[in-house]
Structure formats: C-alpha cells, structure tokens
Design a binder for this molecule. Structure first.
Ligand code: ATP
Ligand code: MG
Length: 410
C-alpha cells in the first residue's frame, strides 16, 4: 500500500479532508453524506468513549454525562494548551485532546480510501494570533505537535486563503485580480491573487483573529449574559452600597473555548456568592444554575443559532435549555450593532491586505467569499462597499479551502 498525503482543513468550527485518487481530487464524506464535520469532541464519562463531530454535539444537547469541547483551534498558542486536565481518569493536555480528534479523522480517511496517509498537508490561518508573532509561532508549533501525536510522520502547512485561491482560479479569466475573503469560525483570512497563464500568482495574504465564534461571544455578552446578571448590582456585605457584578465570569462563560473550564468548585462558589448578595437574585440564580447544570455550551449554541436566524430576519435567542420559555429578542438591527466593532476589524484587515499588495480597491475585480461567517450580511455588505467595483462570487463556503489543499497534494 502506497503512503500518500492527506489534505486536512482543521477549522475552528468545521473540519474536512481530501486526497488525490487516480489523479483526481476526492473530498471524503467524513460524516454520512457530508464532506465536513463539526470540530467538536465529547469525552463520554459513562461509556468512556471519545466522540467527535455531530455525535459529540448530540451528546452535549442530550445532556450525556461527560465533557464537551469546541473551538479547539483557538487554544493553539495559548498558555492553557499545555496544562494537564483530568478527563476520563486520564491527565490530558490540549496536544493530546486535539491529536485524538486528528487521529480519528486520519483513521476514517484510511478506512474509507484503503490508502495510508503518513504525511498531512494542513491548512493554517495567516495569523492564529493578531499582532503577536511569538504566540503565532507557538500556535503553529502546537498544531505540528498535534499532527505528529496523531500518527503522521510529517506535516506541511499551507495558508488557508491561498488554498481557497487555488480552488477558485479556474473560472476567472487571465489577468483578473481576485481576492479571497475567508471568514471562518476563528479567523478572517485574505489572499489577493492574479490569474496568470497556467495558474495563479499570490500578491498578498493577511488575516486577523476575528471569526464567527467572536460574533457568538459578543452576542452572548450583549443579549444573553444580562439575563444572567451581567451589569446588575451586588449589595455589599456591610452598608447600603452596591457595586456592579464582575465582568470576567460572564466573558469567560460566553467564550466557546473557555466554557469547559467554568465548572470548577471555585467558579461555582463565586457564582453562589454573587447570587447571595445580588440586588436582583432571579438573574444571578440563572448564572448559578448554568454552572451547576453545565449549560455553558447550550447557551453558546443558542447564541450561534440566534445569530444565523437574525442574519435573515428579526429573531429570538432560544434559552429554554436554561429556563422554560426564556428567550432573548435579537433583531437584525441589534445584530448589526453588536457586530459593528468586529466587522470593523475585518474591514481593516482587508484594507491592510490591499495595501501590502500595493493596489487600490478598484483593481480588485473579483471578491470570492468563502467561510461560514462570510454568509453574514453585515460582513458581505462591509466588504462589498469597500470594493464597490469588484464582482462578488460565492462558491462552496465550507469546502473551498479543502478543495485547494487537496489539489496542492498533487
Ligand atoms: N448560514 C450561516 N450564516 C452565518 N454564519 C454561519 C452560517 N453557517 C455557519 N456560520 C458560521 O460560520 C462559522 C464556521 O465557518 P467555517 O466552517 O468556515 O469556519 P472554520 O473553517 O471552521 O474556521 P476557521 O477557518 O476560522 O478556523 C461559525 O461561526 C458558524 O456560526
Ligand atoms: Mg476555515
């Protein structure tokens, strides 16, 4: 059996794999009838199984006994990467956790194809971390360690938007200057490229650590956390003075990759204290209940679903996992307002990409939107007004990167 290269788009929210078979690119159905799977993992404490993808999400929603994790890619390069945690009676760090996910992907690809993959060609964002070269380099080193621990003997990396450019060049005319706008779950990445004879020439690539999980966090902070007591008052133990609740507990609870660490005795005790002295105890009771019943991810999923619904029409965030019939209204206008600052950062990064290619907006003739968060109206409208003469293209939002990576393994 000949060993060959497996292309992997390890995304913050979704992962996909592909390989060349008899000279043709193949995207594997990594889950039944789907070329992508959620980058989620669930350690089932009862069955002692490690679930990945949709079954992991389902175990969380069904309230199975265990530990759920999502947005694992956002942990790369941070200090918690190498901290050991107790999971299913084992001490594990995030290298081990992510490598379990990657090992499962590798096994599925090998079983389905009958091939053996010793080398991985992995996508990577232009910057895992913005304005912090040291953290950025550490994130790449961490990801490499995860691939090696997953059983690959070698791993190469390709910038995700450059892979998307490779996948999308064939339907553009020679001389066209195009721009990939890849707005994913964790990062926004850009590549400006020119169509030349026989391929593409990369003119500039750039990115920023802003994505759909940041949108979810901001919506949670603005529209969910106030219902759990954020911004309400705490009565001091002595006297009649009050002070606002501390922000950190709410911010961490709204951040996908921090939620698994919220269910400690210390944090639960902090929430109980806040409840005890709350001017509006009904609100802080919800915070204590969320921690007690480990509902942090349920609230994050509610924020994400509310975001996707409000992108189309005025909507509600469904918080019934926490309390019967509890909802938070989310109008399209409120969505736009909450996401304004994050969208501005994406706009700045696009402008910086253009500047590093020494081009003006009118020289970009095609804007190619990829990544799930490029489906957000506020993002599309912002980019389109920044490049008013560019023609928008929408291709496979969730598979453009893996298509390009697969072609690159040829
Ligand atoms: N219909 C939709 N409208 C708006 N946003 C959506 C939609 N569908 C998915 N998303 C968002 O897109 C994001 C996931 O996109 P994608 O799968 O491209 O990210 P990723 O490749 O996993 O992340 P990254 O490339 O940043 O590591 C999530 O934040 C999700 O909430
Ligand atoms: Mg992506």
């Amino acid at each position: 059996m000949q060993a060959q290269t497996l292309a992997i788009d390890f995304g913050t929210s979704n992962t996909a794999v592909g390989f060349m078979l008899n000279g043709a690119p193949v995207l594997l159905d990594i889950e039944p009838n789907s070329p992508t799977l959620p980058t989620s993992i669930f350690f089932d404490y009862d069955s002692r199984e490690t679930l990945v993808g949709t079954p992991a999400n389902k175990a969380l929603i069904d309230g199975e006994y265990g530990r759920f994790m999502r947005a694992l890619k956002s942990v790369l390069g941070t200090s918690i990467m190498h901290e050991k945690r107790r999971l299913m009676d084992e001490q594990m760090d995030f290298i081990e956790i992510i490598s379990r996910f990657l090992r499962e992907i590798k096994t599925r690809a090998e079983t389905a194809s009958g091939l053996r993959f010793n080398t991985a060609l992995s996508g990577r964002p232009v910057h895992f971390h913005s304005n912090d070269p040291q953290k950025d380099a550490q994130a790449l080193a961490d990801l490499r360690a995860c691939y090696l621990a997953a059983g690959f003997t070698d791993v190469e990396f390709m910038l995700e938007p450059e892979a998307a450019a490779l996948a999308n060049h064939s339907h553009l005319a020679q001389g066209t200057i195009g721009m990939i706008v890849d707005i994913g779950g964790g990062t926004s990445d850009f590549t400006i490229f020119e169509i030349v004879k026989g391929g593409i020439r990369i003119l500039a690539s750039h990115g920023v650590r802003v994505g759909g999980t940041d949108f979810d966090r901001k919506l949670s902070i603005d529209h969910i956390m106030p219902l759990l007591g954020k911004g309400s008052q705490i009565c001091k133990a002595f006297g009649n003075e009050t002070m606002p609740t501390p922000n950190a507990i709410f911010h961490n609870l709204a951040t996908w990759q921090k939620i698994p660490f919220m269910y400690t005795r210390e944090i639960r005790r902090e929430a109980d204290e806040l409840f005890r002295y709350a001017a509006e105890p009904a609100l802080l009771k919800r915070l204590a209940d969320t921690l007690e019943n480990e509902l942090g991810h349920d609230l994050a999923f509610a924020a994400e679903h509310g975001k996707i619904a409000a992108n189309i029409a005025d909507a509600e965030i469904d918080l019934s996992a926490l309390e019967r019939r509890l909802t938070a209204p989310l109008s399209q206008a409120a969505l736009g307002q909450s996401l304004e600052a994050l969208t501005a950062k994406i706009k700045t990064a696009a402008a910086e990409t253009l500047a590093s290619a020494s081009l003006t907006p009118d020289q970009i003739s095609s804007l190619i939107f990829v990544g799930g968060s490029s489906l957000m109206g506020v993002v599309e409208a912002t980019l389109q007004s920044q490049f008013p003469t560019a023609k928008p293209h929408r291709t496979s939002a969730f598979t453009a990167v893996i298509e390009g990576l697969t072609l690159a393994t040829r």
